[in-house]
Design a protein around this ligand. Structure first.
Ligand SMILES: NC(=O)c1ccc[n+]([C@@H]2O[C@H](COP(=O)([O-])OP(=O)(O)OC[C@H]3O[C@@H](n4cnc5c(N)ncnc54)[C@H](O)[C@@H]3O)[C@@H](O)[C@H]2O)c1
Ligand SMILES: *[C@@H]1O[C@H](CO)[C@@H](O)[C@H](O)[C@H]1NC(C)=O
Ligand SMILES: *[C@@H]1O[C@H](CO)[C@@H](O)[C@H](O)[C@H]1NC(C)=O
Ligand SMILES: *[C@@H]1O[C@H](CO)[C@@H](O)[C@H](O)[C@H]1NC(C)=O
Length: 395
């Protein structure tokens, strides 16, 4: 007698459904893979189109740079492992530039040389702008290896891949922290960098080492190299499409603009100003605040003026120093909030006074900072912060 076990039957149906679902998932994954079907526009060079690899393009500065490059008709590939960046920023860019061959995002870790090499063999890059890094001075004094790994060692990986695949233009994100605390202000490109006499934190050292690797390599190569040493970056996209959204867990190491906004939003009870006994006019540290819109403009100019076998090293700043107290006043005005300020002892690794002499970049790249009104830059950033209470998370 035939005997149907209802349990077995439902098992069988379940298995069929499972197989169908798995097949569907495979098809979807294949379809989304850039290597499926016709070779992608990213994989071949195209006359008149410059394809730029933007590492760290999900981050604060990298996303603003990608937006500008896309507006100027560059082809952009972002590589980021989202350890600190935001996929939300990439989504904004993808929505603005949905056409094929404009923007692609690749999730990868630059510490993974094999993955990086694969990316370089599957894509035809004309230039690399290398932003990806960890970038908090305070954190670097607590966890220096993270800095030497994610900055120095990863830059070597990128450079090796560029050399192996014949990609000949590199714009490198460096920092005024490579100068340590020099005796003379303002800082020119001739100001001696880190030495035994100049105190310097691991972040600055890791960047300086990466610069040295690039400079040594470029002596025997025809690579076009531009090293940009930024001062303190603030602001965000004037049209409000992008902003700065660092990880909440980095708050304690955070930058002053983020700390000001957190205080203004009531996320933090107030703003902690660390150090009031520095040898400056009001006792607080002096910094040179450069608006991200200007900074990104410097990258585009550097990219356009980069020449084979040449290295350009440029400070990117306004040339004007402002004290933390001045900054806090501007932030109060920009946010309209009377932020509570706590004055605390110094934080290790901070320098009293740092500001640039931007003469060289003006002379050679015809670049000068345009957005030099602190309050205006902070107003722009504040607008984005207010409209995005959870960063790129929700709203
Ligand atoms: N913000 C400033 O004031 C300032 C000043 C001077 C220099 N810089 C330099 O500018 C660059 C960008 O800084 P930012 O402020 O936009 O920082 P950010 O943290 O917002 O962006 C860095 C991005 O790099 C990515 N990244 C880090 N390690 C990676 C890895 N191993 N593989 C793949 N992706 C990785 C992160 O996910 C993040 O998206 C950095 O090189 C930084 O040192 C920044
Ligand atoms: C990002 O890269 C670092 C190495 O540089 C790695 O240790 C970390 O786990 C990666 N994070 C993610 C989310 O992949
Ligand atoms: C690189 O940085 C990421 C955070 O951005 C961290 O998770 C990782 O541990 C770092 N890698 C090393 C080897 O320290
Ligand atoms: C320099 O920049 C200014 C302003 O952007 C522009 O008007 C001028 O033509 C540029 N000069 C040169 C030599 O490119």
């Amino acid at each position: 007698m035939e005997y149907h076990d209802p349990k077995r039957k439902s098992n069988f149906v379940g298995k069929i459904l499972m197989a169908a679902a798995l097949t569907a998932v495979c098809i979807i994954m294949l379809k989304q893979s850039p290597t499926f079907g016709t070779p992608s526009q990213f994989s071949r060079h195209e006359e008149g189109v410059t394809h730029v690899l933007v590492t760290g393009g999900a981050g604060y500065i990298g996303s603003h740079a990608a937006l500008r490059l896309l507006k100027e008709s560059y082809r952009v590939t972002i590589v980021d492992n989202l350890s600190r960046g935001n996929i939300g920023a990439v989504k904004v860019l993808q929505e603005l530039f949905p056409e094929p061959g404009r923007l692609q995002f690749i999730y990868a870790d630059l510490g993974d040389a094999k993955a990086v090499n694969k990316i370089f063999s599957e894509n035809a890059f004309d230039a690399v702008i290398h932003f990806a890094a960890v970038a908090y001075v305070g954190e670097s004094t607590l966890d220096p290896l993270k800095y030497y790994h994610n900055i120095t060692s990863n830059t070597l990986v990128v450079l090796e891949a560029m050399a192996a695949h014949g990609v000949n233009t590199l714009i490198y994100s460096s920092t005024c922290a490579t100068y340590g605390e020099p005796e003379k202000m303002p800082i020119t490109e001739e100001t001696p960098q880190a030495s035994k006499l100049v105190p310097i934190n691991p972040y600055g050292k890791a960047k300086k080492m990466a610069e040295d690797i690039i400079l040594d390599f470029s002596k025997n190569s025809d690579m076009a190299v531009m090293i940009l040493r930024y001062f303190n970056v603030i602001g965000s996209d004037p049209e409000g499409r992008l902003g700065e959204a660092p990880r909440p867990e980095l708050r304690e190491h955070g930058r002053i603009s983020g700390a000001c906004f957190d205080a203004a939003r009531g996320i933090m009870p107030g703003l902690k100003v660390k150090g009031t006994d520095y040898n400056t006019h009001d006792g607080t540290c002096i910094r040179d605040y450069i608006d991200v819109t200007d900074l990104v403009d410097a990258h585009v100019k550097a990219l356009q003026k980069a020449q084979p076998s040449k290295v350009g090293i440029y400070n990117v700043g306004t040339g004007k120093g402002r004290s933390v107290k001045e900054f806090v006043e501007a932030c109060k005005k920009a946010t309209g909030v009377d932020i509570k300020v706590d004055y605390l002892p110094r934080r290790p690794g901070d320098y009293a006074e740092v500001f640039s002499d931007p003469t060289k970049i003006r002379r050679e790249l015809n670049w000068t900072a345009q957005h030099t009104d602190l309050e205006e830059s902070l107003k722009t950033a504040w607008r984005w912060q207010k409209a995005h209470r959870d960063g790129y998370g929700a709203s």
